[in-house]
Design a protein around this ligand. Structure first.
Ligand code: KG4
Ligand code: ZN
Length: 344
């Protein structure tokens, strides 16, 4: 890899992971993550104040760990990228303040970037550059969207559709809670589903055939009703079958729509990103359906799907390489940053 590509430091603090990544171009050099997830587990969800405090404590050690792993000095960094939104306001502020301080102290440009666009751009670290347009399925804890992406890491993103209620990850977290599984719910449901029958219960697939928007709240309610009916009748709840059937409904709708979107946009490539892209059934079904439809699928490895700093650095490196104008040093953190605002 040529050293004329920019060395970019990426800082991520939008939720409960303090992530610091270092990349050169599309090469990953370090991906240090400190998670406060255990501190939130007993509350069944992320507690914003707890997350902010954990970010403050973890920021400098995580950054030093990333520099040591990459074998570079802070002074070698060409640019600093940071998640400016969307996310928890107080949590975002910690990363944005740290990034400003490093950029100012090092005399390097600052790029305030969109967390959701970074979930897509991180795939470049896994599969290398992509010189053609793609459709991206973005599925995280707070967002679910289908995007038309003319160039991965570019600033022109068009939202084809988004969830009208719960995000896919949110549905996982809520269903896990009602099954008595720990938070976050994606990984335990994924594991349990492997032992269950995905055809055991026919859960609804809302809006599967129409448009590019999603709806998962009805599915969550259907799971809750089914489980309650069992409990009321004093019958055991076959939680592995519930998990597998729920997971099948989610993966079916997501992949059916993503493939239809790619065909509709006339693109050959589909990227799936965000925490839910770590899901084993979603990955397998997407591969199967993309193969059948002649679409080339790119999904980063599970460790790069969930929140991390490398994804921020990956998007930052693309912006630097294409001459994007850096952010102002009074860059705000925007908890509701729209998915189409790639660079703030
Ligand atoms: O992208 P992410 O790490 O954070 C946000 O930006 O929200 O996504 C977190 C979400 C959570 O809802 C979590 O339950 C879900 O991703 N998740 C999964 C899996 N791993 C994480 N969902 C399904 N299957 C998984 N293996
Ligand atoms: Zn995320």
């Amino acid at each position: 890899m040529s050293s004329d590509q920019p060395l970019v430091l990426g800082i991520e603090t939008s939720c409960d992971e303090t992530g610091v990544g270092i990349v050169r171009g599309t090469t990953l050099l370090a991906d240090a993550v400190a998670s406060s997830v255990d501190e939130h587990a007993r509350f069944g969800g992320v507690v914003p104040e707890v997350a902010s405090r954990a970010h403050l404590q973890a920021m400098v050690p995580t950054l030093e760990r990333a520099l040591a792993t990459a074998g570079v000095r802070a002074a070698d960094v060409d640019a600093v990228a940071v998640t400016a939104g969307p996310g928890l306001a107080g949590a975002l502020l910690v990363g944005v303040a740290a990034a400003k301080a490093y950029a100012l102290a090092l005399g390097k440009p600052l790029y305030g970037i969109n967390h959701l666009a970074a979930h897509v751009a991180v795939d470049l670290l896994e599969h290398g550059p992509l010189d053609e347009p793609c459709v991206a399925l973005l599925v995280s804890g707070g967002h679910s969207s289908l995007l038309m992406v003319p160039r991965v890491g570019g600033e022109d993103v068009v939202e084809l559709g988004a969830t009208v209620d719960d995000a896919a990850g949110e549905a996982y977290d809520k269903v896990a809670r009602l099954l008595g599984l720990p938070f976050p719910g994606g990984p335990p449901i994924d594991r349990l589903a492997a032992e269950g029958d995905p055809d055991a219960i026919a859960f609804p697939r809302a809006m599967r055939e129409d448009g590019f928007a999603f709806s998962f709240s009805g599915l969550k309610t259907a799971v809750a009703r089914w489980v309650e009916a069992r409990r009321r009748a004093g019958e055991p709840v076959p939680i592995a079958d519930v998990a597998a059937s729920f997971q099948e409904a989610v993966a079916d709708v997501l992949t059916a729509k993503a493939i239809r979107a790619a065909a509709d946009q006339g693109v050959e490539h589909l990227i799936i990103g965000g925490g839910v892209a770590a899901n084993s059934r979603l990955r397998a079904l997407a591969q199967q359906r993309c193969d059948a439809a002649g679409i080339r699928l790119r999904v980063p490895r599970p460790g790069l799907c969930t929140d991390n700093g490398a994804m921020v650095a990956a998007l930052g490196a693309q912006l630097v390489a294409h001459g994007a104008t850096p952010s102002a040093l009074d860059l705000p953190a925007d908890s509701a940053l729209p998915v189409t605002d790639v660079l703030v």
